[in-house]
Design a protein around this ligand. Structure first.
Ligand code: ZN
Length: 180
């Protein structure tokens, strides 16, 4: 069984923070689903392979897979390098609309309500590098700002936030590659 020392430490610190029963329930569910890290490496596109930091609740058939492959544009996940090679021949595209471009980089704004699958894929991928994240599938109230290379739409990073303008939470999650 593989489990990082880092995730063990942070999980034990976090459990002490959640006094509210509902938060505790979410925290327990989170701990249960991500207590063992099976996926050790992730390839993003054909040229970048990263060691993962934490477990992510990919579907059950991915649970015992050590190395997964993710499309650098649409973030679709796959178990085999060959599948990624074939997928790259498809004309998949990055979701959302461009809101900023400079030099070789662009920022897309993606709405969870409109691009559900992309945002779910993004959440699952991001969880590989975030210890504490419980939101993967119910993403309709969130918007995502995705940084990528203009030339090949290579994913570089993102942050997400609740679309509710009255919310005091203006940052939900953030990941920038490569992780350090
Ligand atoms: Zn793709």
């Amino acid at each position: 069984m593989l489990q990082t020392r880092r995730s063990k430490l942070v999980s034990s610190e976090k459990s002490a923070l959640f006094e509210n029963p509902i938060e505790k329930l979410f925290e327990n569910e989170h701990s249960e689903r991500t207590k063992v890290k099976y996926i050790e490496r992730v390839s993003l596109g054909l040229d970048l392979t990263l060691d993962t930091w934490y477990a992510s609740p990919y579907p059950q058939e991915y649970e015992k897979v050590e190395h997964i492959y993710v499309c650098h544009k649409c973030l679709k996940y796959m178990r085999k390098h060959k599948t990624l090679l074939n997928h790259q021949l498809d004309d998949c595209s990055q979701a959302g609309t461009i809101i900023y471009e400079q030099g070789g980089l662009s920022v897309h704004r993606v709405l969870g309500l409109e691009s559900k699958l992309y945002c779910q894929n993004l959440s699952l991928f991001a969880k590989l590098f975030i210890d504490h994240k419980v939101l993967y599938f119910d993403i309709k109230d969130y918007e995502y700002f995705v940084l990528s290379h203009r030339k090949d739409s290579m994913f570089v990073g993102y942050f997400s936030r609740l679309r509710n303008v009255n919310s005091l939470n203006n940052l939900s999650c953030i990941v920038v590659l490569p992780p350090f």
